[in-house]
Design a protein around this ligand. Structure first.
Ligand code: ZN
Length: 123
């Protein structure tokens, strides 16, 4: 990894540019549900609301996706991934408190592209 380029927030060890940055720019499409999930986490981490919006199934997408300015995503752990589901823990800090979001997300291919459908959360 180049020392001049930031690491991707999704934690693969690749640079942001070579990892989820490609998907955020539209230079590449996610090939798997896990890749899309990572890119959505990274989009939350870097504040790319457009990418979160674009990759959300229109049927389940909320109208308002404005980010919470007090929330900072700090790390991602992918626990399990199948063809259409990804279970992960996303760590965050909010007003000096640390928290985690544990979710099993469901994804679907729509028009040849992976989109997020919904998920079950637990703590
Ligand atoms: Zn990434």
């Amino acid at each position: 990894m180049s020392l001049l380029q930031p690491a991707c927030p999704c934690g693969t060890g690749a640079t942001y540019d070579a990892c989820c940055g490609r998907l955020h720019r539209g230079a590449a499409q996610a090939e798997t549900a896990e890749e899309l999930m990572r890119s959505r986490y990274a989009a939350y981490a870097v504040g790319d609301v457009d990418h979160v919006f674009r990759t959300w199934h229109p049927r389940t997408r909320p109208d308002d996706l404005s980010p919470d300015p007090a929330l900072r995503w700090t790390a991602l752990e992918v626990l399990d991934a199948t063809e259409t589901e990804v279970e992960f823990v996303a760590h965050f800090e909010r007003d000096g408190e640390v928290g985690r979001r544990h979710e099993r997300s469901r994804f679907e291919r729509r028009g040849g592209r992976w989109v997020y459908v919904d998920g079950d959360t637990s703590s």
